[in-house]
Design a protein. Structure first.
Ligand SMILES: [Zn+2]
Length: 442
């Protein structure tokens, strides 16, 4: 089980450390270090997909993640962006901004600029916000990003030094993570790679198949820990060869969302009274979210009337929330005009959209699953929280419990570790990882 120390306990323990001697003054000509970080370091950032925050409480043995938390800094409350779907949340982690800014509206959506339906789009050119690899490369920090959503086939003047040309869904997680090691070991750049990003499916697919509370998940969670153990061994071996003398290594592990039990599936067309063949009201669903695009409807009054009718149909169901794009609650950050639908329908916990039911709503067993899903708002469904561990080598961080962490904080935290400025739109507050930077407990 990942350390359960409360933030208050962690702060109390740290109060005894606040009397450390002051750091020696810089000699003339020395470069001042970035605030909160003694020297630029190398970061290996791994995403474990769909690792719910409380997977550590199921009785699974997770010795490696436990060790990383004990020696590093961790949170059991990493709040993902909305919707808590793999593509938008990963993009929000590496850009530090919501869908309204980066534009990756769901795992599948309609792009009004190109007129194309995009499903699991790999092309980084779709990003409307700056990803951390560009933030780093334009400040002279070389990067590798392998298999993070929407990081492939990079074009333009500045790109990551290493990136993929497409996602192979059949690749096992060990091989997927090994791409990072391969890039690191075989890099021939003039300066070393200092930000390396890798991705693993980990607990996500089994969580969908079995549901988050199934006993099968214990073995799945233990296998995810073993995956990290094998990867860590390779990281340390490579770091010994590649890391500049005296430079620290940070291993950052984040997850993109949690997982909830599914009880019912809804056919979006039946539920909303729409015709699947009507391109004037195009419905694209991901998990519990339906975006409805009324792009073909003219004039504007016809579009508004159609939107009102769809919203009224959705609101006949107590588990469905429906909004015009401009009325989606602002805290969700979900109103990108290019990619979010004219109408957005969001189902409550326990409900998902599926094209398979013949009726508007059926028990999930009738269509054979999935028994787990995500996409729900973390503020109303805490099962969407993930976890994160930040581990430093060779100097440990000391088991700091970071408390609740917002997704907007990860991009600026990694930039601070790298000694660079965050992207202009990434205005989240970086995490304080150094004990001396924490306020003393009273
Ligand atoms: Zn995911």
């Amino acid at each position: 089980m990942l350390i359960k120390t409360t933030l208050a306990c962690a702060l109390a323990a740290l109060s005894s450390l606040t009397m450390q001697p002051a750091a020696p003054a810089l000699a003339a000509g020395d470069e001042a270090p970035a605030a909160g970080n003694p020297a630029p370091a190398t970061v290996v950032w791994i995403s474990l997909d769909g690792f719910r925050w409380d997977y550590f409480d199921r009785g699974a043995r997770t010795p490696t993640l436990d060790r990383l938390a004990r020696e590093g800094a961790f949170t059991r409350a990493l709040a993902p962006a909305f919707p808590t779907l793999t593509f938008p949340t990963h993009v929000s982690l590496y850009t530090g901004v919501p869908v309204s800014v980066h534009g990756i509206a769901a795992n599948g959506y309609f792009d009004q600029r190109s007129g194309q339906v995009l499903r699991y789009p790999p092309e980084a050119a779709l990003l409307q916000a700056e990803p951390i690899w560009i933030t780093a490369e334009r400040q002279g920090v070389r990067t590798a990003v392998l298999d993070w959503p929407v990081s492939h086939r990079q074009t333009g003047e500045i790109t990551a030094s290493h990136f993929g040309d497409g996602y192979n869904p059949r690749m096992p997680d060990d091989a997927r993570l090994h791409q990072v090691i391969h890039a690191w070991r075989n890099d021939r750049g003039e300066t070393p790679l200092r930000l390396l990003m890798g991705y693993a499916v980990a607990t996500d697919s089994p969580g969908h198949r079995y549901g988050p509370d199934a006993p099968e998940m214990i073995g799945v969670i233990e296998e995810a820990d073993a995956l990290i153990e094998r990867f860590l061994e390779k990281v340390l071996e490579t770091a010994r060869d590649q890391l500049p003398d005296g430079e620290e290594l940070y291993l950052v592990i984040t997850t993109d969302h949690g997982m909830s039990l599914v009880r019912h599936a809804c056919n979006p067309w039946h539920l909303l009274g729409l015709d699947p063949d009507n391109e004037d009201a195009r419905v694209i669903t991901s998990g519990n979210i339906a975006n409805i695009y009324l792009t073909g409807l003219e004039p504007e009054s016809a579009r508004q009337r159609a939107a009102d009718e769809i919203i009224a149909a959705a609101r006949e169901h107590p588990f469905a929330n429906a909004y015009r794009r401009e009325h989606v609650p602002a805290r969700l950050g979900y109103n990108n005009p290019d990619t979010v639908g004219d109408v957005v329908v969001i189902l409550d916990r326990g409900y998902i959209f599926s094209s398979r039911p013949e009726a508007p709503i059926v028990p999930i067993e009738e269509i054979g699953g999935p028994l787990g899903m995500h996409g729900y708002d973390v503020e109303t469904n805490p099962e969407m929280y993930g976890f994160s561990v930040i581990w430093r080598y060779p100097t440990p961080l000391g088991g700091l419990d970071l408390g609740r962490v917002d997704y907007t904080q990860i991009h600026p935290t990694i930039c601070r570790i790298l000694g660079i400025e965050p992207a202009p739109d990434a205005t989240g507050t970086p995490l304080e990882l150094e004990p001396a930077a924490q306020p003393a407990a009273r």
